[in-house]
Design a protein around this ligand. Structure first.
Ligand code: 9WO
Length: 257
């Protein structure tokens, strides 16, 4: 097999990996060798008896900071043994992760993710090794590991051969930049609620048009910020002739922010 996509993770909790990813689509792909995971223990790069990775902050204050020398040794060691891709530090103050960044990372050779603990990492090693800082959202976790798992999962599902290829990717491009249309399965009636008639019709063009309309409507109500000119153009191109034009949303019918 050709060289797999590789996620290298620097952490004091290597046993958290692959964790939940081992149970999903990503886990199957890992077994099949489509990608590799190298979870590296930062304590292996300490030099003292107690394997200390942190110390008190200069300037005072609560908590502890991860030492730059330990992290630099870990980074240089994984690089020396061939870990590919950009260095990423997962932090709430990073650039916000989105599907564009996920696509960029999935199309490369992999990445090296640094997972902070305590109050964070000494700033100098982030500068010295030119880490890219990424945030998965505006909230604080107790460490970067869960964020790294999220980032890896988002990337791995885009690797060729991971998701049941053709169908899913066609669906995704169909709804480019929109929120998902609603889904239905059996039973046809649940607590008095029926499946929309059009989905039982077998009329594929109408079903496609209906789904696109629902996706547009949900996006307009919940996330109008996603309705870029580009997304709307892609949708109009996919729309059936004769379908209703998208209209501007009155502020009163938008879901509260
Ligand atoms: C903890 C803290 C406590 C007192 C005062 C300031 C403080 N800041 C932090 C903090 O940001 N801790 C982080 C814990 C340090 C880096 C690793 N940790 C982390 C990463 N929490 N949340 C993330 C994270 C990563 C990516 N996207 C969202 C959240």
């Amino acid at each position: 097999m050709s060289t797999p996509w590789i996620a290298t993770v620097l952490t004091i909790f290597p046993e958290m990996f692959p964790g939940p990813l081992g149970h999903s689509l990503a886990g199957k792909a890992l077994e099949r060798g489509i990608w590799r995971l190298d979870a590296v223990n930062l304590r292996d790069f300490t030099t003292d008896r107690h394997r200390t990775v942190d110390d008190a902050p200069f300037g005072g204050g609560a908590g502890m900071v991860m030492r730059p020398d330990v992290i630099a040794r870990a980074v240089d060691a994984v690089r020396a043994r061939g870990a590919p891709g950009p260095l990423i530090y997962l932090s709430p103050r990073g650039e916000r992760l989105d599907q564009t960044i996920v696509r960029e990372l999935a199309s490369g050779p992999g990445f090296v993710a640094l997972c902070g603990r305590f109050e964070g990492v000494d700033e100098r090693v982030l500068e010295a090794r030119a880490f890219r800082e990424l945030s998965i959202g505006d909230y604080v976790l107790s460490g970067g590991e869960l964020a790294a798992l999220v980032l890896i999962d988002a990337c791995v599902r885009l690797l060729p051969g991971v998701v049941g290829e053709a169908a899913s990717l066609e669906e995704e491009s169909f709804a480019q930049g929109l929120l998902e249309y609603p889904h239905y399965t059996r039973p046809q009636e649940f607590e008095g609620r029926r499946v929309p008639e059009v989905l039982l019709s077998g009329h594929h063009a109408r079903i496609r048009a209906w789904r696109l309309e629902r996706a547009l409507e949900i996006t307009r109500r919940r996330r109008p910020d996603l309705l870029t000119a580009r997304a709307v153009a892609a949708c109009c191109a996919a729309r059936e002739p004769g379908a209703a034009e998208p209209r501007p949303t009155a502020s009163t019918e938008r879901d509260p922010p």
